[in-house]
Design a binder for this molecule. Structure first.
Ligand code: 13P
Length: 248
């Protein structure tokens, strides 16, 4: 079976004091063991070593981005090698905010995923359609195209979690219905079956992101092809614990 996965994407939020508070809440939380649910929190780069040092050992940390290739003369960037050197096991790549605000293309995201994996990082690779694309009826084609750009560069999917995050659901309070999430996740699994292989289709975790909260997590988690969540706003609040507990 696919182990349930809950990621908390803190985005560009937090002060040292706020970070301490949320980590304390997580450290005191009663949740199932690592054998049941994999929990990863993703603070901004500057807080990564601090959070890693404070966080309970059964939870792990993730960066929110990294440079596409080996480090060097790339002012303002952080390389995959640096994350590995600091013992950061995970990185989120291709988040829609980076695709939209920083013009990250499907091809760049595919290159980033492949390079991060080659350095030994585990990757939460994000995909998802805009409202305009959903209304045009091209959701399946859009997420297939995004996945294809990753599949073109990646041969071993063991360390990849695919995060389906419809752009219209991110930070809007408009969560996908369980049926909408299930439909896209099933389409993605079929795409992986037909274009990668049956093994990968069966084993890759496909998690949902977009306005997940303590109230809607349980019903979404009950869907066959929803293997967990990538949580934004609610990952900074005590209800993140309820979302983790939706695993069981
Ligand atoms: P929200 O949970 O705030 O909608 O954000 C989702 C997200 O973008 C996680 O990566």
């Amino acid at each position: 079976g696919r182990k349930f996965f809950v990621g908390g994407n803190w985005k560009c939020n937090g002060t040292t004091e706020e970070v301490k508070k949320i980590v304390t809440i997580l450290n005191e939380a009663k949740v199932p063991g690592e054998d049941v649910v994999e929990v990863v929190v993703s603070p901004p780069f500057v807080f990564l070593p601090f959070v890693k040092g404070l966080l309970r050992p059964d939870f792990h940390v993730s960066a929110q981005n990294c440079w596409v290739r080996k480090g060097g003369a790339y002012t303002g960037e952080v390389s995959a090698e640096m994350l590995v050197n600091l013992g950061i096991p995970w990185v989120i790549l291709g988040h829609s905010e980076r695709r939209q605000l920083l013009q990250e293309s499907n091809e760049l995201v595919g290159d980033k995923v492949a390079y991060a994996l080659s350095q030994g990082l585990k990757v939460i690779a994000c995909i998802g359609e805009t409202l305009e694309q959903r209304e045009a009826g091209i959701t399946a084609a859009v997420v297939a195209e995004q996945t294809k750009a990753i599949a073109a560069k990646v041969s071993n999917w063991d360390n990849v979690v695919l995060a389906y995050e419809p752009v219209w659901a991110i930070g809007t309070g408009k969560v996908a219905t369980p049926a909408q999430a299930q439909e896209v996740h099933a389409d993605l699994r079929k795409w992986l079956h037909d274009n990668v292989n049956a093994g990968v289709a069966g084993s890759v975790r496909i998690i949902y992101g977009g306005s997940v909260n303590g109230g809607n997590a349980k019903e979404l988690a009950a869907q066959t092809d929803v293997d967990g969540f990538l949580v934004g706003g609610a990952s900074l609040k005590p209800e993140f614990v309820d979302i983790i507990n939706a695993a069981t």
